[in-house]
Design a protein around this ligand. Sequence first.
Ligand code: ZN
Ligand code: ZN
Length: 434
Amino acid sequence: MPPADFSEELTRIPTRKDSDQISQRIDHLYPSLFPLYTHLHAFPELSGQEIQTSRRIADELRSAGFQVTEGIGGHGVVSVLKNGDGPTVLLRAELDGLPIEEKTGLPYASTARGRLADKGEVGLMHACGHDIHMTVLVGTARLLMERRDLWQGTLVLVAQPLEEVGAGALAMIEDGLFTRFPHPDFALALHVAPSLAAGTVGLREGLFWAGCASLDIVIRGIGGHGSRPHETKDPIVMAAETILLLQTIVSREISPIEPAVLSVGSIHGGTKGNIIPEEVVLQVNYRYFSDATARHLRSAIERTARGVAVATGIAEELMPIVIDQYSGPPINNDPELAHRMISAFRGALGNEKVIRTDRYTFSDDFSQFGTHGSGIPLCYFLLGTAENQCDAEKVAANMASPGIHNPSFAPPPEQSIKTGVKAMVAAILELLPR
Ligand code: ZN
Ligand code: ZN
């Protein structure tokens, strides 16, 4: 059994000389990684439209000496480097940006614009740090190519599209990620975390990030003149009742010691004050850490929507329609792998720089890599991006410094990228020792 916390006996310092040399090499590489980062940051692309980003990452990894295949599961890129006998490790970064207008004021801020099918033209931003993740992937690739003398085995570097819509990992798996390329024995990914100080990493064994599902509820009524509501079945009122009742599912039906979240993030219906519309569409997102909770939430959402319709007197043929959009399981860090990573990170970064975090209700479809095929052991970890610990505490307390998906999110590039590469290289040296 792994110890309950990060106890001292986990620390294993790799040869100090190697570690120092790697740090020096990262310092040396950084001036060439920074322009890559600012380029990626300035030109984000929407999920499913990652054409230029994907091409740039493919070029970078090809010129680093990897065997690169493009167009896996859409714009996904798979890069392989075989370096003698040994296990296979998959490292993943994401390609997509977000439909957010950047407000950082940085000299390399994005002014890019894209087009969403339902919203038209939108500003674009790497507000989830995927530009940091890609730069770390390229830095790690270059360094491990240079220092092939320090490890042996196979690296599979994955640049994944469509993470922000929860679809890219599955698309790549269905397009042969685990059959056309060396099958991974371990899979690793990191994510920026403004709640942790830059220079640190954070993780935990077991359940870490939540499972997530999104669905639409189409509430159908009978429209009419706003002056004669008694001749209609008003879907606006039904939507309001449904939203409030949905908020009692977690608070009244799920055990208080079982984490769950249910949010209605969008409500659309109607065109004018004096028209009672025919329908209202709610977009709902829910999060969980167990299959039982996921099943309960899903069925309670449908029951609640139907219940309000029944109470309103809606006929069976106009009952609400629930349309599942996407879902993905929680990230469950393999305990043995997580403990090996903790040990490697402590060796590379120092004991105090490796933080045992709580669970988070964020989600990431990286979890799909651990639940499909043979169930590859995963380890997902956080890369601190707060300028200092005080900043991190403020973010954690929701008081200051913008978090991810915020238009002012601005991680400090140098410390974040260097720490990310250092951690990823340390992980590979641990998993693929020579
Ligand atoms: Zn995101
Ligand atoms: Zn993200």
